[in-house]
Design a protein around this ligand. Structure first.
Ligand code: FAD
Length: 406
């Protein structure tokens, strides 16, 4: 049986393993984190990604695991409502999708689905790749060296596996935004809405989960900077957790609304996660028998709203093409040809994103408030719903069921 090593056990990695298992491949997942990472916040599963989950028998489980978020409510710093967009069940209902699930819950479902069929190794990572044309010799930081027919890097925007195979080919296009995510205790004032408080230079957000806690997010506008090699760290990616806590307290200490509650919870957050937001631009997604998928290949960023959907669709297509071709190199070429157009659409953000929603000046904030008030009423509502809804439906999911061995 052909063997595939997959680096990264979040969304793209386990989903790829799930489909490869069904097509009769031997799969190994290697994850750098010492144990399953439960962190992360709401991610949307939209459009064709829902169909991929349906075909994989996971759609119901994902819908059962949704956060119950009723919609998105935009607030001013004093907590007053500027506009609200409830979930309507339609695919153009706005920022809250019908299938809003926590990243950790989705990753857990996917990992459970491959248990017993995929060998999963935590606390290790690939340190060297040697592609000799017939297979790939792999060295690990801890485990013994092994050989595979193909290797796939599904290890996120900062993929080090990508650097091993592609050097500095991939670049990051910074979007001028940093995000910090954490889980905080739920209080009586928390409800089932995504409450997005617009601030000068960013936003503070509180969202429901289904675990009796609340998910908090602070976004911060920063200088966009230039496109740079993906291996280079910038801004928040260079800070330690202590430095990030101090930075946020200094920056948002008197920002208003419930920001002080979020800042107070920074020390005790079990899952503090922060990053500089950017998009990955990779001129190719494979080199010989090594390929990229998910954020490692094309991270569209959290502001695109399609990062997870693209990861699910991309890994489904990659598995299908590997099943359809004897030579992984041909499979990788077919996969890239199918996925590029959707990825380009997903990366194509509306003009002014994310700066218009995170203005730095008083005037910009006033304009945002006026725009949101208009969008929340009458004819502005339908247009805003469409603008807030990412393009997740513009891809025909190929049918690979002829390769399915169950
Ligand atoms: C902890 C966490 C929290 C997140 N929270 C959010 C969120 O709140 N909102 C949002 O929109 N997106 C979030 N994301 C990103 C989101 O999951 C992705 O944008 C999207 O789902 C695509 O997933 P992916 O599997 O391609 O990449 P990712 O989800 O980034 O997963 C990459 C995986 O690879 C692992 N990894 C990294 N380097 C190596 C290595 N060298 N060797 C082996 N494994 C490695 C990582 O630990 C991670 O498990 C989060 C990601 C993570 C890891």
């Amino acid at each position: 049986m052909p063997s595939v090593l997959i680096s990264g056990a979040s969304v793209a990695g386990p989903h790829l393993a799930l489909w490869l298992n069904r097509y009769g491949f031997d799969t190994v997942l290697v994850e750098r984190a010492p144990e399953f990472r439960d962190g992360g916040q709401n991610i949307d599963v939209r459009g064709t990604a829902r169909e991929a989950l349906r075909r994989g028998g996971l759609e119901k489980a994902v819908l059962d695991a949704t956060t119950g978020e009723r919609g998105t409510r935009f607030l001013a710093e004093d907590g007053s409502t500027l506009a609200e967009f409830p979930v309507t069940g339609s695919e153009t209902s706005g920022a809250t999708a019908e299938a809003e699930v926590l990243r950790g819950d989705l990753a857990r479902l996917l990992l459970d689905a491959v248990e017993g069929r995929t060998e999963t190794v935590f606390g290790d990572r690939i340190t060297a790749l040697r592609d000799d044309g017939d297979g790939v010799g792999v060295e690990f930081e801890h485990g013994p060296g092994r050989r595979f027919d193909a290797v796939v890097a599904a290890d996120g925007i900062r993929s080090t596996t990508r650097s091993l195979a592609f050097g500095d080919e991939a670049r990051i296009r910074p979007l001028g935004l940093e995000m910090t995510y954490l889980t905080i205790p739920r209080t009586a004032s928390d409800d089932d809405w995504w409450r997005w408080c617009t601030l000068r230079g960013g936003s503070a957000n509180l969202r429901p989960d289904r675990h009796g806690t609340t998910r908090a997010l602070i976004s911060e506008t920063v200088d966009r900077g230039d496109e740079h090699p993906a291996s280079e760290r910038r801004g928040a990616d260079l800070r330690s957790p202590e430095e990030q806590r101090a930075h946020l307290r200094e920056r948002f200490g008197d920002a208003g609304w419930e920001t002080s509650r979020i800042l107070a919870a920074l020390d005790d957050a079990p899952d503090l996660y922060f990053e500089s937001i950017g998009q990955v631009r990779a001129p190719r997604w494979s080199a010989g028998r090594v390929a990229l998928t998910g954020d490692a290949a094309w991270c569209a960023s959290p502001v695109s709203g399609v990062g997870t959907s693209l990861a699910l669709v991309g890994s489904y297509v990659l598995a299908g093409e590997l099943a359809a071709h004897d030579d992984p190199r041909e499979a990788f070429a077919a996969y890239e040809q199918r996925m590029r157009p959707s990825v380009e659409k997903g990366q194509d953000l509306p003009p002014g994103t994310p700066q218009l929603a995170n203005p730095t000046s008083r005037l910009g904030l006033a304009a945002l408030h006026a725009g949101l008030r208009a969008a929340g009423t009458g004819p502005g509502r339908a247009l805003a719903g469409r603008l807030l809804t990412p393009p997740a439906d513009q891809f025909e999911l190929p049918d690979y069921s002829r390769f399915d061995r169950g």
